[in-house]
Design a binder for this molecule. Structure first.
Ligand code: SF4
Length: 222
């Protein structure tokens, strides 16, 4: 049985997305293929960070032991892990709600083809402030459905303009849930709201990461 390097596992509330405010079990996998300028989990991507190799059965047992129904697979980039579809399958077959937080660079087709209705994607679209926009896999926009989410993390007005362009170019209104979140400390949430008002952006949610308000922005395990 494969083992997956887990750097953190804990129960907290979902800080963002459609289940914001609800309890969730977080499984954070080690490693990422991107290097965003504002990354707040760089520690999880470093080779020397201690991790716990866990099988899919051990991950499932931990999740079931919490009694919490929402499971967030995150990282790093969780979909880089060889065999991750086995973890997703085993969790999905136990009536859990699986949310995969993915960075927008990994093609999602293989996971969607598992045909698990209780598996949803929260896919980032990395805007220019991340320095990683060129890595985005635009084919993913064909794969997302109304249960999935695209999250634009904006650090400046240019990012907001680009987010609007992407939403329009790929007809994302009504296709999936749309969120715009501020890069903490780089843009005022009010500027995002004003931009949404100016551009009458119906069906877009401005969201501030709850865990950064409830706890210190750098706190791990929340
Ligand atoms: S994709 Fe996420 S984990 Fe990876 S570098 Fe960017 S912010 Fe950090």
């Amino acid at each position: 049985m494969s083992k997956y390097e887990v750097v953190e596992k804990f129960v907290s509330i979902n800080g963002e997305g459609t289940k914001a405010g609800q309890l969730a079990v977080f499984i954070r996998f080690k490693g990422c293929n991107l290097n965003c300028k504002y990354c707040d989990t760089k520690w999880a991507n470093e080779q020397e960070t201690p991790s716990q190799p866990m099988t899919e059965k051990e991950i499932l047992d931990y999740v079931l032991s919490t009694g919490v129904k929402n499971v967030t697979l995150t990282g790093g980039e969780p979909l880089l892990r060889e065999g991750i579809e086995n973890v997703i399958t085993v969790l999905a077959e136990n009536n859990l709600n699986i949310e995969i937080e993915t960075n927008g660079s990994v093609y999602l087709d293989k996971i969607r083809k598992l045909h698990k209705e209780n598996v949803t994607f929260t896919m980032d679209y990395k805007l220019s402030c991340s320095g990683m926009e060129a890595a985005m896999n635009l084919d993913n926009f064909d794969i997302l459905n109304s249960n999935d989410t695209v999250k634009f993390v904006a650090g400046c007005r240019e990012d907001l303009i680009k987010a609007k362009q992407i939403i329009e170019k790929y007809n994302l209104y009504g296709k999936c849930n749309l969120y715009i979140s501020p890069v903490f400390g780089m843009i005022e949430p009010e500027e995002i709201v004003n931009f949404m008002k100016e551009n009458v952006m119906n069906d877009v949610n401005m969201q501030i990461q709850l865990h950064k308000i409830i706890w210190s922005p750098d706190k791990k395990g929340v």
